[in-house]
Design a protein around this ligand. Structure first.
Ligand code: G3P
Length: 256
């Protein structure tokens, strides 16, 4: 089986101003010696308004941490007030763009079609989309979570070539686990991540499916990350709350 380097991604959501962002990245860098980056990729995903500051620290100190954006417009430029284009993000040295986070699906009514358009925009501008999927509590309790996630995945990647799918990262974030302190069990995370890999094989091919990194997200912390990332199909974590605490985020990156 192809080996996949774990990815730990810290989604800051709408937290930290640019001065706080600089302080966090500096603290994080001090706790993560360069040797760790042979074994794990670490990225921070700040609000748009912090990206330039984060870039300055990372470039200035030649850090191995990368950075991403929490969203990307489906459009390239023009009359789209409030939107941020993939071209702008690329120019700022951004590596990853989160698309389809459940908070955007829920509060901004983003459908699989919108997520697909944003995934395509990210790929067009050579950003790595982190495509998020995940079921709500009712679906989990009804036992329909595997089918639901596979359908959301297929909708969010519909029509993409195997080459394009190989350039994505998938994040499985059960909505009931986000910000609740109720983490999925390692077996639950593995069940869905394995089904995602199976679906990737179906819509692309075996080599592509084996190469794509699949992250788990939802109440990940330094105590539970080891067991989660130890699962065969879980290749890292998309971390919210714990990514705002530099010591904990550094520890969980080191564990991964
Ligand atoms: O994108 C990360 C996320 O939604 C999980 O948040 O706070 O439960 O780690 P949290």
């Amino acid at each position: 089986m192809m080996s996949r380097k774990p990815l730990i991604a810290g989604n800051w959501k709408m937290n930290l101003n640019h001065l706080e962002a600089i302080a966090l990245v500096q603290k994080l860098a001090a706790s993560l010696p360069a040797k760790y980056f042979d074994k794990v990729d670490v990225t921070v995903i700040p609000p748009f308004t912090d990206i330039r500051s984060v870039q300055t620290v990372i470039d200035g100190d030649k850090l191995l941490i990368t950075y991403g954006a929490q969203d990307v417009s489906a459009h390239d430029s023009g009359a789209y007030t409030g939107e941020i284009s993939g071209a702008f993000l690329k120019k700022l040295g951004v590596t990853f763009a989160v698309v389809g986070h459940s908070e955007r699906r829920t509060y901004h009514n983003e459908t699989d079609e919108v997520v697909l358009a944003k995934t395509k925009a990210a790929l067009k501008h050579e950003l790595t989309p982190i495509v998020c999927i995940g079921e709500g509590l009712e679906i989990r309790e009804a036992g329909d979570h595997v089918e639901y996630n596979v359908a959301q995945l297929k909708g969010s990647l519909a029509g993409l070539s195997a080459d394009d799918i190989a350039k994505t990262v998938i994040a499985y974030e059960p909505v009931w686990a986000i910000g609740t302190g109720r983490v999925a069990s390692a077996a639950d995370a593995q069940e869905v991540c394995a089904a995602i890999r199976g679906a990737l094989e179906e819509i692309a091919d075996a080599a592509t499916a084996a190469s794509v990194r699949i992250l788990y997200g939802g109440s990940v912390n330094a105590k539970n990350v080891g067991e989660l990332v130890g699962q065969a199909d879980v290749d890292g974590a998309l971390v919210g709350g714990a990514s705002l605490k530099p010591d904990e985020f550094a520890t969980l990156s080191a564990i991964a």
